[in-house]
Design a binder for this molecule. Structure first.
Ligand code: PRP
Ligand code: URA
Length: 216
């Protein structure tokens, strides 16, 4: 259910049929805001199932109603979700349903429309950064400028275990992010063809933030 691409060793493409089915509806220009939001939420949850598959476990005893037995507990590293505002917000609730104890930080970045450079305006993550596993969330990895800047901010704050989850990635963005931060595992549901001159992913799904929040 996952695919690897030789050129991008840090990239995992999640090919699960449910993810691919939902992503195709998400891409459809006719899909309305309400459905778009529900689909982003569901795809993020399904992707998180895969992206959490390597979290380490520690043994834990449990008393069933009948006797004591051994089980497992996700080890000390506290999972922290960090959506990149705005569109990353759409991925938070779905993942929290799987990992309700996760903390949530926020990074505010927008892409300047003419230069395509990220402009940052907000940063707040929980303390103990070195003790945490970070899932950085943004549906779109286009030029990679926003994700790369967000990872750099997390690292400056002391984070050293960061995964980046997006729905649609462009090769240009994967290249830029993985060259700058080869230690960051990237998960996506689709690796699309290219960027257009305005920096939109082709075929893509349009402007994720606008479609998610009904702005335009
Ligand atoms: C979009 C998207 C990413 C960024 C990707 O956000 O959600 O954050 O663009 O582009 P990049 O890889 O070229 O940096 P946008 O800047 O439109 O802000 P918004 O979420 O507030 O709409
Ligand atoms: N941001 C988006 O929302 N969509 C794109 O295709 C590229 C950047």
């Amino acid at each position: 259910m996952i695919e690897r691409v030789k050129e991008f060793p840090s990239l995992t493409i999640i090919r699960h049929p449910l993810v691919q089915h939902k992503l195709t509806i998400l891409r459809d220009r006719q899909t309305e805001t309400k459905t778009f939001k529900e689909l982003v939420d569901e795809i993020a949850m399904l992707m998180a199932y895969e992206a959490t598959s390597e979290l380490s476990l520690e043994p834990r005893e449990v008393n069933t109603p009948l006797e004591k037995t051994s089980g497992w507990h996700i080890s000390g590293k506290k999972l922290t979700l960090v959506p990149i505002l705005r569109a990353g917000l759409g991925m938070v609730e779905g993942i929290l349903r799987l990992v309700p104890s996760a903390r949530v930080g926020h990074i505010g970045l927008y892409r300047d429309h003419s230069t395509l450079q990220p402009v940052d305006y907000y940063f707040k993550v929980p303390g103990d950064t070195a003790e945490r596993d970070f899932f950085l969330l943004d549906p779109m990895l286009a030029t990679g400028g926003s994700a790369t800047a967000a990872v750099a901010s997390l690292k400056r704050a002391g984070a050293n275990r960061i995964r980046f989850l997006c729905l649609v990635a462009a090769p240009e963005g994967v290249r830029f992010l993985s060259r700058a931060h080869p230690d960051v595992q990237i998960y996506c549901a689709a690796l699309d063809r290219e960027l257009n001159k305005q920096g939109y992913i082709l075929p893509g799904l349009g402007d994720a933030g606008d479609r998610l929040f009904g702005t335009r």
